[in-house]
Design a protein around this ligand. Structure first.
Ligand SMILES: C[S@@+](CC[C@H](N)C(=O)[O-])C[C@H]1O[C@@H](n2cnc3c(N)ncnc32)[C@H](O)[C@@H]1O
Ligand code: SF4
Ligand code: SF4
Length: 441
């Protein structure tokens, strides 16, 4: 009990292509930022051939997507382009985490041509607050101008607002600004995490319990009043949530993927489980990835789950939330997540069940042409543009045989001998990941 299924080919690789950044966010979790020694090397990045060599190693591990990150990855844009293109030629979907400040029209056009999606850090709609958070005068103006260009040329992007005490009260106005100016229907609103080496200076930024409740309340407001889909880029544990509305929004919405379905390659080619953590498990240039992944098994077994969670009914799914939360203060991985509250056990809220599409037996489903199939010991992974599902081999073969064509719900349910609602549920899973499209909505 408590062991997470081990995949051979983790679907997501984060690649920190440089440690250097043109901004200096007060909240940044890049643990090397205050280390003087490492700071001295921050301007260094690899050359194109070194990036290509690492890309080749990553390709062997068959990820569905690679997310370029850093530091600021666009600092090294010209040098990483050939590696990015090589990954794409190998059917790997690419996204870039960026502060957007360096984006030019030429770069934006490149992103459109190559279908590269951006995940843009955007801390506030208030210019002074924005510049203060990123410690860079004029940054707000530059980023807004860059995003205007992105919108103009049709880049695919979404935003991430990291919420600390500085911008806690700007959540709604920031989301509203991003919706009105850029047509954003989706926003990640992420509670700030304490960098592992920053406890002395972090008290003024870290949300306390009361602030966390305000954060949740504002996320619900954005979802309700602005009709935006709200996500969070860090796990939010069910026992940290005190209202039904926030429970529906966040409970089980995004768990910790580190060492389970994702890993991080550093600017030196080392491999970590989590971007926030400094622990390295090997060197992707020097040893087989399978050995490194095996060394990371502590992220998949029981050892990191807090003992306090032992009586909790959702322990197997929640696994205690963010496993790095306890590191700055308690120096161990198996601490309760910062906002988890055992007084909320047993959990009183139930997640309102998601609406199941009322597809009937005649509903027709078209299967995407451009799908990628990867075999695991327990079945298959099907991915489409960075999204994936796991399924049995027989199911994957069925989907594969309909690429670019389609089937009806009736044919599908007969083939796998499924009741109507079970078939709807299975097809909804594929529809939500873009693998199939239904003829209705
Ligand atoms: C470290 S940044 C690197 C990429 C790029 N420079 C950027 O800002 O998007 C990766 C992501 O981590 C988020 N982030 C940084 N520090 C954080 C913190 N302390 N807590 C939560 N998220 C954080 C950023 O907003 C960004 O979305
Ligand atoms: S822009 Fe990104 S990498 Fe740079 S300091 Fe901010 S969060 Fe950190
Ligand atoms: S008690 Fe532990 S497993 Fe249960 S919801 Fe809280 S953090 Fe998650």
């Amino acid at each position: 009990m408590g062991n997470y299924r081990t995949v051979k080919y983790p679907p997501t690789a984060f690649w920190e292509v440089t440690a250097y950044c043109n901004h200096n966010c007060v909240h940044c979790f890049n643990y090397w930022r205050t280390d003087e020694e490492v700071k001295a090397c921050m301007n260094k990045s690899m050359d194109t051939s070194e990036y290509l060599a690492i890309a080749e190693k990553i390709i062997k591990n068959q990820p569905a997507r690679v997310i370029f990150t850093g530091g600021e990855p666009l600092v090294a844009f010209d040098k990483i382009k050939p590696a990015l293109e090589l990954l794409q030629e190998n059917k790997i979907s690419i996204a870039i985490n960026t502060n957007a400040a360096l984006i030019t029209r030429e770069m934006a056009e490149y992103f459109v041509r190559r279908r590269v999606g951006l995940f843009v850090s955007f801390p506030s709609a208030n210019p002074e607050e924005f510049d203060r958070i990123v410690s860079t005068p004029g940054a707000y103006e530059r980023v807004v101008e860059a995003m205007d260009i992105c919108k103009d040329v049709g880049v695919i992007f979404s935003f991430n607002m990291v919420v600390s005490r500085i911008n806690l009260h700007s959540i709604f106005e920031t989301a509203q600004f991003l919706k009105e100016r850029y047509g954003a229907n989706l926003i990640s609103i992420t509670r700030v995490s304490e960098p592992i080496n920053a406890i002395d200076r972090f008290d003024e930024y870290m949300l306390d319990e009361g602030d966390f409740a305000v954060y949740l309340e504002n996320c619900c407001r954005v979802s309700d009043e602005l009709d935006m889909k709200v996500k969070a880029a860090s796990p939010i544990t069910p026992c940290s949530i005190g209202t039904q509305e926030a429970y529906d929004l966040f409970a089980f919405a995004g768990g910790c993927e580190a060492g389970k379905s994702s890993y991080v390659v550093t600017a030196e080619g080392k491999v970590r489980a989590c971007a926030r953590d400094s622990k390295e498990y090997g060197d992707i240039q020097k040893e087989p990835f399978a050995d490194i992944w095996e060394r990371m098994s502590e992220w998949r077994d029981e050892s990191m789950i807090p003992t306090e969670c032992s009586g909790c009914e959702v322990r197997e799914v929640c696994r205690g939330g963010c496993r790095v939360d306890g590191l700055p203060r308690k120096c161990k991985y198996n601490c309760l997540d910062t906002y988890s509250d055992l007084k909320r056990l047993p959990l009183v809220f139930q997640k309102t069940s998601e609406y199941l599409p009322r597809w009937n037996y005649d509903t027709y489903f078209v299967v995407q042409e451009y799908l990628r199939f990867v075999e695991e010991d327990f079945g298959m992974r099907i991915s489409y543009r960075g999204n994936h599902v796991y399924c049995t081999k027989a199911f994957a073969e069925y989907i594969d045989s309909f690429r670019g064509k389609g089937f009806t719900l009736d044919e599908f349910s007969k083939k796998f001998e499924l009741e109507l609602d079970v078939a709807r549920q299975a097809l909804k899973g594929l529809r939500d990941k873009g693998i199939i499209q239904s003829s209705d909505y």
